[in-house]
Design a binder for this molecule. Sequence first.
Ligand code: ADP
Ligand code: ZN
Ligand code: ZN
Length: 738
Amino acid sequence: MPEYARIIVDISQKNVDRTFTYRIPDELRKNVSEGVRVNVPFGGSNRHLTGYVIEITDDPAFDPAKIKSISSVEPGAIAVEEKMIKLAAWMRKNYGGTMNQALKTVLPVKQKVRHLARKTVRLTVDRQAAAEALSIFEHKKYRARARLLGALMIEKEIPYEVVTGKLNVTASTINDLTKLGFIEVDIRTELRNPIYDTGKSGSDVKLNYEQKKVVEAILEDYHKSTGVPHLIHGVTGSGKTEVYIELIAAAAAEGKASIMLIPEIALTYQTVMRFYNRFKDRVSFLNSRMSAGERYDQYLRAREKQIDVIIGPRSALFTPFPDLGFIIIDEEHESTYRSENVPKYDARGVAKELARLSDATLVLGSATPSVESYYQAKKAKYRLHEMPNRVGNRPMANVTVVDMREELKTGNRSVLSGVLREAIEKRLQKKEQTMLFINRRGIAGFVSCRACGYVLKCPHCDVSLSIHKGDRLVCHYCGYETKMVRQCPVCGSYAIKGFKAGTQMMEDIISRDFPKAKVLRMDSDTTKNKDGHEKILSAFANQQADILVGTQMIVKGHDFPNVTLVGALAADMSLNAPDYRGAERTFQLLTQAAGRAGRGDVPGEVVIQTYSPEHYSIAMAAAQDFNSFYEKEITYRKSLGYPPVAHMANVLITSKNNARNSMCALELKKFMAGFENDNLAVIGPSDLPIARINDIYRKGIYLKSPDRNALVTVKDAAEEYVKQSREFLGVNVQFELD
Ligand code: ADP
Ligand code: ZN
Ligand code: ZN
């Protein structure tokens, strides 16, 4: 009979990041098991802390007389399966942080939360009456009324904030429709399934040959439990989503549930309906706007086998399904799969481990797979499936690359090339829509020559130098510094300067050049409010504007059938980000953008403006040739020892005290340099691209090695070193692998 529990206490501090042993009192024995949250007396003062039981044992490993007892079990706490504890331990080891932080991540909802009151707008008339009213509103051009009624005919009940947010319908319109007797505003406290049954039965899609082949191949491995992850490389519109649906259904037929991750911005109404039509009540969704109570409800439904699939952002990984079939990650190349909070995990890595622990099958999919995942596929670590054709052989977009250096030569100093200007003009005449985006990554100000396109780079790292305070050039990788130049070292032109372009400026220019066009802007400024970006996107989808100007966020995962032109205004921007992934990001972004143009039957047009048309990431994106891009890129990574060929670790050192932070960074570098050899390089310390945030100073050290385990060894040793050293008090050290 086990008598003791090993417990992780709820303090996210390194010095208590170990287990403590407590006695399990007889009266609690029934309730204490692995994963349960308990209250314990802690330390000399016996203050009350909560903690997680991570092991039950009959070995006190300690003088039993000195062991304290668990005081109580947290009411309403949910037990974590052993699997989740193992997953947390794995995350701690691979991504740093404390065990407690890892546990908090895999257990996003720890307690039952009271359901908050929900305000919804509900249709009160039948479909026919609604349809009749809808056609009258449309005829009279009551656009907002029509929009709301139309939406309510698909989804009978819609959260109030979605109506005023995403649907862009004002309170006075809601009032009008209420008075006319079409709708009602409801306030309720219980939780219902968020989606209204459309009455549509199942999916009416029959998989084509290409899709069937992929489904069969994956199911074959799945049934054999080979544990091999799959990578689907399929162009936009090749029917990947239907493949996922089929896989999920196959697992569900055997009583197994699946997790599907998609970037939150891609979780559109259309996607929701596709899954709902197939899985009805047995699908659930997570998003970041849900309250803790709503999330907890979805977890309960999962635990109780009420659903076959959950769809959501990276945190959906931690849905506690007792029996897992597939973990699917769509748009697997997206950077949103990396967590910014400690533990700074990569959802793809965690998904792989979770699949291993649960005997589930991992499926990654993308039109532009990450170099990392494709590399695994090429090395036969993943099984690769290619879907090179669009469903129904719909055409790919026509892509034109415009060399901005030539524009300058012909005297065009505008940010718009002649080709793009003409293309926009044509769209305005035909009443078709245009999306224009600039890429804000790397806006930190790389320096380029407008005459020849030359970009100043670090002589040691092959990443672009950033301009600081107008006269210094800095490498954010190694700290190399030099003076700003006035003249291009290649062609001698004086037209060399820091590259800056904002969306605000773009909007002004477009409005000035096309005074008749209605222009919308979407960037981090205009989307600060809750639902801000949904409002703008739905206004654009409702054709309330001709041109949408924005950052790269506008090209991600949206389907606007009336958009026939996409313009990339400064394709080079991400290319020159101070980061080895610059080319990869550029290629992905431009290829994804090309996938946005012309979703209907009209083939779309894409115009890419650039100062470096010869760069392979731009040339290959224009040709929509992933394979050639990959070959070039992997050769480059090999030659410089970058991931995935080699591995890297970032060490982030932060403190309020600048002097102490710098000192500790040097100290840590010295310590880690002791591990240096032919296979392991320690670079830095240097200021981070943003050297100070909220008065917290930030330094970085980089480790490179072909052997990932070597990096983990240094990380573990360095973490121990920091823990032991008094000098690091008030200094925070974080590790990030790859
Ligand atoms: P992807 O996820 O690769 O971008 P989707 O699965 O969204 O592709 O498919 C693109 C479009 O083609 C969708 O509108 C989808 O409903 C439709 N589609 C997919 N597969 C088929 C099929 N076998 N038959 C008919 N239409 C299909
Ligand atoms: Zn030049
Ligand atoms: Zn450098």
